[in-house]
Write a protein that binds this ligand. Structure first.
Ligand SMILES: Cc1cc2nc3c(=O)[nH]c(=O)nc-3n(C[C@H](O)[C@H](O)[C@H](O)COP(=O)(O)O)c2cc1C
Length: 259
């Protein structure tokens, strides 16, 4: 049994390789009452955001109860996972979830600020090889996690301030809708895991940013490239979705509004 969160499909693609019993975290969080899960093996697959698990994943871990013999967390990341494994285990401990094993998988970095998606997708990050090794490690029920080295600690120190200020970046950067490009298709409102977007009477997308996860599902999945950052992103025309994942998969995973 795997619970996953994804904005651009990397985590869903990895989760599919690991198990067939998949559950989307935004959909689970929609349920009322206690969230209690029982299975021999339970896994979480989530992206790394500034070295940590996304807030929505942390909310889920805090609320849920897991009855499992073996519990693992896999974090996908793009360039530097920094302290992700250690902090995932520590957060589990903090909310009473025993994490037996934590690991990371390097994939396309969907962070539009710094990376050009065309350059990212051109890199060979040996994803199938990494996933195959991960599968074996989980099959033999490996335990533990990798402690970050000094360089990874330094990378975390450099980005960790941002977490304090979600949904706005430290410098005030926000996600914005370009009205000149928006065609009011509503894809953003269906891929947003916290239901921030809606299409107004003016047939344009609007948002209420207070609860934004900054996952960038809106920006990457917008067919008109109408969603961007309030600062120039690296390549405003280049967006990413994992090639094995369809828009419909992201909608099924993340839509928390009526379809
Ligand atoms: C807000 C945000 C913060 C991120 N922080 C990191 C990071 O600290 N290190 C890293 O290597 N990748 C980082 N990334 C990249 C994602 O972790 C990576 O692309 C992930 O595989 C996306 O998973 P998804 O396609 O399932 O959404 C960040 C992405 C976002 C949107």
């Amino acid at each position: 049994m795997i619970f996953y969160f994804t904005a651009t499909g990397n985590c869903l693609a990895v989760a599919r390789e690991l198990d067939s019993d998949l559950h989307s975290i935004p959909q689970e969080l929609k349920k009322e009452g206690p969230l209690v899960y029982e299975a021999e093996t339970v896994g979480i697959v989530a992206p790394t955001y500034s070295g940590l698990m996304p807030r929505i994943v942390r909310r889920f871990l805090k609320r849920a109860e897991f009855r499992a013999d073996y519990f693992y967390i896999v974090m996908t990341y793009g360039m530097n996972c920094s302290v992700a494994e250690r902090e995932a285990v520590a957060y589990g401990e903090h909310v009473g979830v025993r994490v037996d094993f934590a690991a990371t998988v390097k994939m396309v970095d969907n962070w539009l600020f710094i990376f050009d998606m065309n350059e990212q997708t051109a890199m060979d990050k040996q994803i199938p090889q990494q996933t195959a090794v991960l599968k074996e490690r989980i099959a033999r029920r490996e335990k533990g996690f990798r402690e970050p080295d000094a360089q990874q600690e330094a990378a975390f120190a450099a980005v960790s301030q941002r977490n304090c200020r979600w949904p706005e970046m430290t410098d005030g950067t926000q996600i914005t809708v370009r009205a000149d490009r928006c065609v009011g298709c509503g894809v953003c409102s269906r891929v947003c895991p916290v239901g921030n977007f809606y299409v107004g009477e003016d047939k344009k997308a609007h948002r209420d940013f207070e609860t934004c996860e900054f996952c960038l599902a809106c920006a990457h999945n917008c067919p008109s490239r109408a969603i961007t950052l309030s600062v120039q992103d690296k390549n405003p025309e280049a967006r990413f979705r994992n090639p094995d994942v369809k828009l419909a998969d992201i909608v099924a995973a993340n839509c928390v509004r009526g379809k």
